[in-house]
Design a protein around this ligand. Structure first.
Ligand code: PMP
Ligand code: GLN
Length: 383
C-alpha cells in the first residue's frame, strides 16, 4: 500500500520539553518540578459552580465569543485592576487557554513575510505559531544574566516589515517582572510605528514583594495596539481546564474572532459559567501573590542550603538556578540526570532559545504543595 509522504511545516519542532520531562519524571518516580502546573486542587467552590452549570443543563454551544456573564466579569476585573474599560460584547473573547489566544492573534494579524519580534528566552509556542502564520520570527535576546528587556536592541530590531512584538511579564522561564518604566519605554518605542503588541499576561496574579503587575491595559498607547492574553488555568489552579481570554480593541477583536470561529468556534460552556460565578469574589486572585510568595520563599530558603546559585524570582511560578557549582553537564543532560539520579525534574532554559543557548541555568516550578517542595528539597540537599 502506498503511504503519501508529508512535508513538515515545523522542521525544527519535536515533542515539547514539558512533555519529555514530565514523562521522564513519571517513569523515574521523580518529584516533578519541571512542567509548570500546580499539584494541589482548586477551590471546591469553583468545581461546584461548574457542576451546578452542568446540572442546570448549560451543556450546549455557548456564543462563539464566550458566555456574556464571563466576558462581563473579565471586563469589570480589568477596569478595577488596570483602569481600562473593554467592551464585554465586542472586545473580550474567551479562548481555549492562552495558547489558543496567542496563536489565534498571530494567525489573525501576521501575513506571509511579516516580521514578529520575540524576546528570548521565550515560551516555546511563540516561534512555531509565527512560522505557521508564514511570518518571520525575529529573536531579540533579553539581557544575559538578568533577563531584563534591552530596549536599544528592541528598537534596533524594528523594520518596516515588523508586524508585532510578543512580550511576557511575569516572565516564563526567568520570573522577571517588567516595571512601569519598562512598559513606558516600550510605549515610546512603538508610538511612531504600526507594530502590534501581543502581551502574554498569564502570570498576572503572581507578582511578589509588593510589586504591581504592569498590564499593557494600564498604558493607553500600548492598549490601543494590544492583544492582551490571560489564562484562568494559572489564576485558579486549573491548568487542565484550558480556558483563557483575549482583550483587544474592537477592530482587533473583530479580526481575532474571524479566526477564532474557525479555530475552535467556542469554548466549553459549563466551565465558563462556573468561572463567571467564582469571579464575583475578587479574593482568590487578590490573595494569590502572597500565596505564591510564601511558596517561593520556602523553596528559596531550602535551595540556599545547596550549591545552586539562585536567580531572582520576582513573579510567575518559577525559580531559576545556575548549576555550575553542582555539575559540569549541559542543561538538558543535567535535567535528565537530576530526574533519574536525584529524583527531581527541572526544565533546561535552553529549551526557550531557538539555538539551544546553554547558560547553565535550569528552571524549577514551585507551584506545588509544601510537602512536595520539602520532598524535592530533601533530595536536592544531597547535591
Ligand atoms: N504563556 C505562557 C508564558 C505560559 O507559561 C503558558 C503555560 N503555562 C501559556 C502561555 C499557556 O497557557 P494555557 O495553559 O492557558 O494555554
Ligand atoms: N506553561 C507550562 C510551563 O512552562 C507548561 C505548558 C505546557 O506543558 N505546554 O511549564
Amino acid at each position: 500500500m502506498h503511504t503519501p509522504s508529508l512535508q513538515t511545516k515545523l522542521p525544527s519542532v519535536g515533542t515539547t520539553i514539558f512533555t519529555v520531562m514530565s514523562t521522564l519524571a513519571a517513569e523515574k518516580n521523580a518529584v516533578n518540578l519541571g512542567q509548570g502546573f500546580p499539584d494541589f486542587n482548586c477551590d471546591p467552590l469553583l468545581v461546584d459552580g461548574v457542576s451546578d452549570a452542568m446540572k442546570q443543563g448549560l451543556n450546549q454551544y455557548p456564543p462563539m465569543t464566550g458566555v456574556p456573564v464571563l466576558r462581563a466579569a473579565i471586563a469589570a476585573k480589568i477596569t478595577a485592576l488596570y483602569g481600562r474599560d473593554y467592551n464585554a460584547a465586542s472586545e473580550i473573547t474567551i479562548t481555549a487557554g492562552a495558547t489558543q489566544g496567542i496563536i489565534t492573534a498571530i494567525l489573525a494579524v501576521v501575513h506571509a513575510g511579516d516580521e514578529v519580534i520575540v524576546l528570548e528566552p521565550c515560551y516555546d509556542s511563540y516561534v512555531p505559531n509565527i512560522e505557521l502564520a508564514g511570518g518571520v520570527p525575529v529573536r531579540v535576546p533579553l539581557t544575559p544574566g538578568t533577563f531584563r528587556p534591552d530596549f536599544d536592541k528592541i528598537a534596533a530590531a524594528i523594520t518596516p516589515q515588523t508586524r508585532a512584538i510578543l512580550i511576557n511579564s511575569p516572565h516564563n522561564p526567568s520570573g522577571t517582572v517588567w516595571t512601569a518604566a519598562d512598559m513606558l519605554r516600550l510605549q515610546e518605542i512603538l508610538a511612531p510605528t504600526d507594530v502590534l503588541l501581543i502581551s502574554d499576561e498569564v502570570y498576572e496574579h503572581m507578582v511578589f514583594d509588593g510589586q504591581q503587575h504592569q498590564s499593557a491595559a494600564r498604558f493607553p498607547g500600548l492598549a490601543a495596539r494590544a492583544f492582551i492574553v490571560s489564562s484562568f488555568g494559572k489564576t485558579y489552579h486549573v491548568t487542565g481546564w484550558k480556558v483563557g481570554y483575549v482583550a483587544a480593541p474592537v477592530a482587533f477583536s473583530t479580526e481575532f474572532r474571524k479566526v477564532h470561529q474557525f479555530n475552535v468556534f467556542t469554548v466549553n460552556t459549563p466551565v465558563q459559567y462556573g468561572l463567571a460565578s467564582y469571579m464575583a469574589d475578587p479574593r482568590p486572585y487578590l490573595d494569590l501573590p502572597s500565596f505564591y510568595q510564601r511558596k517561593r520563599d520556602l523553596f528559596r530558603e531550602g535551595l540556599q542550603r545547596t550549591k545552586f546559585k539562585l536567580l531572582p524570582s520576582e513573579g510567575s511560578y518559577f525559580q531559576c538556578v545556575e548549576i555550575s557549582k553542582v555539575s559540569n553537564l549541559g542543561e538538558t543532560e543535567f535535567c535528565k540526570w537530576l530526574t533519574s539520579e536525584i529524583g527531581v525534574a527541572a526544565i533546561p532554559l535552553s529549551a526557550f532559545y531557538a539555538n539551544g543557548f546553554d547558560q547553565r541555568v535550569v528552571r524549577f516550578c514551585f507551584a506545588k504543595k509544601d510537602e512536595t517542595l520539602h520532598a524535592a528539597l530533601d533530595r536536592l540537599a544531597r547535591l
